[in-house]
Design a protein around this ligand. Structure first.
Ligand code: PPS
Length: 293
């Protein structure tokens, strides 16, 4: 892994961020969306890559087979706000995308999303994952990715996560902010990692109906098989093995891909404190997560 200094986090318009996602801010904010762009928005580690891959296959699997063999997912679906060493700026990659539609990834909380996406009434797919598994996955990601702040150790990271002191800020605010946006912006499909794990075929059907595609059953089945965890883990175009800032020996990007791995990390006391704190923060009774399936 190429060693670069770990960034620190700082409060940025009320949200904890690192410089790798704020340095290109004005250009990101003035991004010009097209009405057929599809934005995939998530809090980190919610299943962005999984859903990006499904959408990419649904749109381009047969149109452009060489894409599947030679272009990694993070280039097919640019990460809009990234501006980090060894990465082309996500905004530039997005501008240069030759595809229609353009699939674009963001981890921005709703209040930071470039206005153009909303003005153009773009389709937005928000993927959410339960807080406990998100925290575990984010912790291991921080260990293996040197453009993330050093997570120190699990209990330190868990405390930071509860306090919203992680890059892209509070998980609680992120998932709730996007959930509430559905009231005023109807072109959001809000989906859950746990549902995708439970029944990938059903979730692909729902995605198809949201994006207005009706692929034949065989294609949907082929995609559901192709995006199984074991298959994506082996696939160099999906598993981030080509990214220089990540050390997969410390922890692979495609780590476990499970619902409920938090049980292997939380102590009984951590779990009780987490649940207590969760109740105080998550006041909207309509937004429900599953921590096991
Ligand atoms: S990132 O860096 O925020 O874009 O990461 P993201 O892709 O959102 O999330 C990574 C976690 O998703 C898991 N993953 C999958 N799970 C099940 N099936 C498939 N196909 C799949 N692809 C990615 C990945 O393993 C990370 O979760 P953990 O719990 O760490 O394994």
């Amino acid at each position: 892994m190429d060693q670069i200094p770990r960034p620190t986090i700082f409060e940025f318009h009320g949200v904890f961020m690192s410089k790798y996602f704020t340095e290109n801010w004005d250009n990101v904010q003035s991004f010009v969306a097209r009405p057929d762009d599809i934005l995939i928005a998530t809090y980190p580690k919610a299943g962005t890559t999984w859903v990006s891959y499904i959408l990419d296959l649904l749109h381009f699997e047969q149109v452009c087979p060489e894409r599947m063999a030679s272009i990694p997912i993070h280039e097919r679906v640019p990460f809009l706000e990234i501006s980090a060493p060894f990465h082309t700026k996500g905004k530039d990659l997005a501008d240069q995308l030759p595809t229609t539609p353009r699939l674009i990834k963001t981890h921005l909380p709703i209040q930071f999303v470039p206005k153009s996406f909303l003005e153009q009434n773009c389709r937005i797919i928000y993927v959410a994952r339960n807080a406990k598994d998100s925290a575990v996955s984010y912790f291991h990601f921080g260990r293996m990715n040197c453009i993330q702040p050093d997570p120190v150790d699990w209990s330190t990271f868990l405390q930071d996560f509860k306090e919203g002191k992680t890059v892209f800020g509070s998980w609680y605010d992120h998932v709730t902010g996007w959930w509430e946006k559905k009231k005023s912006y109807s072109n959001i499909h809000y989906m859950f990692y746990e549902d995708l794990a439970e029944d990938t075929g059903r979730e692909i059907d729902q995605l198809c109906s949201f994006i207005g595609l009706s692929p034949p059953a065989e294609k949907k089945e082929r995609i559901a098989t192709g995006v199984k965890f074991e298959n994506m883990k082996q696939d160099k175009m999906a598993n981030y093995s080509t990214v220089k800032v990540m050390d997969h020996k410390v922890s692979p990007f495609m780590r476990k891909g499970k619902v409920g791995d938090w049980k292997n990390h939380f102590t009984v006391a951590q779990n009780e404190e987490f649940d207590e704190d969760y109740k105080k923060k998550m006041k909207n009774p309509t937004l429900k997560f599953r921590t096991e399936i």
